[in-house]
Structures are given as structure tokens and as C-alpha cells.
Design a protein around this ligand. Structure first.
Ligand SMILES: Cc1cc2nc3c(=O)[nH]c(=O)nc-3n(C[C@H](O)[C@H](O)[C@H](O)COP(=O)(O)O)c2cc1C
Length: 353
């Protein structure tokens, strides 16, 4: 059996292979509610053979959205529509996961196809963003409002409510977007966190919000279901969050009940240069995996043999594919064929196999 198509069980959840749909914002929800686009988008990837279909970043509060089109899970109506999608995904052999997110200072933007620039006023449809410190993300970006203690407590309460709704929607994997310069990552990095209270300064203080969210999640989320986190393993910037920090964090969250760390990079420093090449973030996954936690590798993984090799060599437990699964939702079925692996196809498609 190819390594890519070997099953994996985490707690009480079985994954039929090692391919996950990496979260990808679609920016077309209305008031955070998914519609037929999301149903078809996620449904296609489920029948395409991925073991895990993860939602895009799903905001825990309206102000936690990147754009007005982000998915949300801050109310009952959003949860109900998500549940329909979850039922379809899980009715077709894939596991449904939800990525919870808060955009922090990277909120209040136009959709990429509308320029992707920040909406600087409420007349334009924008909103005030929040962050650990009032440092704008880059040029032509607004300074966010520094969260006070009450603001931090509200963020935590929003996460707690969202986790309860994710259970009601039937998700089997709970994932947190702690990467790419969004709110929790902003707390982690000394470049975006200049606080002088319990949430800033030392490593222990900068990871405090993350730790508190994870502890809360493990209290609320069923013990038989996995919790994943996605981090930026490095910021590619001197003085920023580095791989050594990620390794130290992985040891801590593993003991708190996090099952898998998805290892991405960058996103918090607008001017950072990232040397892109196939599988360029895989070494981060391998380094974090040495702590004993399961890992996901993500970033420019596009080929079945490359993906198989990442699992076979023990550099990751899952591969998360984003753009390749936009190009080809049936990539897992094609990968199985290329690796000589017989996997079941949807019965409706069997005559094409
Ligand atoms: C359209 C698009 C939307 C994305 N949205 C998210 C997101 O919501 N959450 C997230 O963690 N990463 C997001 N990403 C990043 C991907 O999950 C992934 O980390 C990155 O694209 C590298 O993987 P790839 O080379 O397979 O595309 C997005 C990427 C794309 C292309």
C-alpha cells in the first residue's frame, strides 16, 4: 500500500488516506452564512477522495472576518447551513473539519477580486480591527485597536461559543487558524505584540492567549475528537517568531491535548521575502514532528509521488493541499491511480474508473 493512501486514526476519528483539503477562504458568504457555492465547493472535494475536508477560515465574530464575505459561526443560522454541508461531506466518506479564525489586524478588507485593499471607514463597509498592539500590518493599513483585558475575554468567549456550535454542526475535527498573521499569531510574534501585561513580553506571555484557547477547546470539544492547530513555523524575519519557538510551542500544546500541528509560514510581516519552492515548508513539519506531535505539511505540494514521499519519509502525517485541489478536486482519485492504489470511487462515477 502506498503511504499516501494508508489510513490514519486520531483519537476516535479514522481518515481513509493522508490527503486533507487545506482551508481556503472563498469570500462569498452572506452575513457569514454559506450558500450553494460552499455546498458544491466542499462537496466536490469530498467526492474527489480527500480524507479530510476542512472549511475555510470561519470567523468566530463579525469583527474577526478578513472580508465581509468570510464564513462565520457566531450564530445559529450559520451553524444550521454548515450542518447541511457537513452531512454531505461525511455522507461521502470524508471527515469534515472546521477552521476557526479571528483575523485581528488583518480584518476589514475587500475581497481579492475587488483589489484586496483595507476598508478604512464604515461608509465603505469596513470595521475597526483589533490586535495585541496598535501596529498596522503594512503600508496603507489602519492601526488596529489594542485589545484590553475585557476585549481578550470577549475573544475567548466568542471562541467558546463557536466551538459549541461546531459540535452542533457535526464537525469531527476542530482546527484553529493560528498562522498567517491573524489575531493569535499577532500575539505570538514579538514584532506585532508589544504589550507589557500578561499577554506580552516573554514567550510564556505571548503564547498565553493560544494556550487559553486550546485549554478551553479541550474542555468543551469531545475527548474522542481531534484538535488541530495551524501555525506559521517561521516569519522569515529577523527578531520574529522562529522555528525554535514553534518547536517549543508544539511540546506545550501536545501536552494540552492538541493532536496535530499544521506547519505553514509567514503572513505576519508584510515585507518578508519567502523563498518558494516545491514543498518548501515540509522541513518545518519534520522539525515539529520530532517533538512527538502529529504534523501536517502544507505548501506547494502538487504531485502524487511528492506527497507520498513526504508521508513515507516520516516528515508529516497528513499533507494539506490548497491550490492543487482548486485546480483538480479529484486529485486524490488521480493520485491513487498514479500510485497504483485501488480506492473506491463514488458509485455514480464507477463507469469512468
Ligand atoms: C484561495 C486561498 C484561500 C486561502 N485561505 C486560507 C484560510 O482560510 N485558512 C488558512 O489557513 N489558509 C488559507 N490559505 C492558505 C492555504 O491553506 C495554504 O496554506 C497555502 O495556499 C499553501 O498551500 P498550496 O501551495 O497547496 O496552495 C488560502 C490559500 C488560497 C490559495
Amino acid at each position: 500500500m502506498s503511504h499516501l493512501f494508508s489510513p490514519l486514526t486520531i483519537r476516535g476519528v479514522s481518515f481513509k488516506n493522508r490527503i486533507a483539503v487545506s482551508p481556503m477562504c472563498q469570500y462569498c458568504a452572506r452575513e457569514g452564512v454559506p450558500d450553494s457555492w460552499h455546498y458544491v465547493h466542499y462537496g466536490s472535494r469530498a467526492i474527489g477522495g480527500a480524507a479530510l475536508v476542512m472549511t475555510e477560515a470561519t470567523a468566530v465574530s463579525p469583527e474577526g472576518r478578513i472580508t465581509a464575505g468570510d464564513l462565520g459561526i457566531w450564530n445559529y443560522g450559520q451553524m444550521q447551513k454548515l450542518r447541511e454541508i457537513v452531512e454531505f461531506i461525511q455522507g461521502h466518506g470524508a471527515v469534515a473539519g472546521i477552521q476557526l479564525a479571528h483575523a485581528g489586524r488583518k480584518g476589514s478588507h475587500r475581497e481579492p477580486w475587488n483589489g484586496g485593499t483595507q476598508l478604512l471607514s464604515s461608509e465603505e463597509g469596513g470595521w475597526k480591527t483589533v490586535a495585541p498592539s496598535p501596529i498596522p500590518w503594512g503600508e496603507n493599513k489602519e492601526a488596529p485597536v489594542e485589545l484590553d483585558k475585557a476585549g481578550i475575554e470577549k475573544v475567548k468567549a466568542d471562541y467558546a461559543a463557536a466551538i459549541r456550535r461546531a459540535i452542533a454542526a457535526g464537525f469531527k475535527v476542530l482546527a484553529f487558524h493560528f498562522a498567517h498573521g491573524y489575531l493569535v499569531h499577532e500575539f505570538l510574534s514579538p514584532l506585532s505584540n508589544r504589550r507589557e501585561d500578561d499577554y506580552g513580553g516573554s514567550f510564556e506571555n505571548r503564547i498565553r492567549l493560544l494556550v487559553e484557547i486550546v485549554q478551553m477547546a479541550r474542555d468543551i470539544w469531545p475527548a474522542e475528537l481531534p484538535v488541530f492547530i495551524k501555525i506559521s513555523a517561521t516569519e522569515w524575519t529577523q527578531g520574529g517568531w522562529e522555528l525554535a519557538d514553534s518547536v517549543a510551542l508544539a511540546k506545550i500544546v501536545k501536552d494540552l491535548g492538541v493532536d496535530l500541528v499544521d506547519c505553514s509560514s509567514g503572513g505576519n510581516i508584510a515585507h518578508a521575502t519567502i523563498p518558494l519552492s516545491p514543498g518548501y515548508q515540509v522541513p518545518y513539519s519534520a522539525a515539529v514532528r520530532n517533538t512527538g506531535v502529529l504534523t501536517g505539511a502544507v505548501g506547494l505540494i502538487t504531485d502524487p509521488h511528492q506527497a507520498n514521499q513526504i508521508i513515507a519519509s516520516g516528515q508529516a502525517d497528513l499533507v494539506s493541499l490548497a491550490r492543487q485541489l482548486l485546480r483538480d478536486p479529484y486529485f486524490p482519485l488521480r493520485a491513487a491511480f498514479e500510485l497504483g492504489q485501488d480506492v473506491p470511487w463514488p458509485v455514480q462515477y464507477q463507469r469512468a474508473k
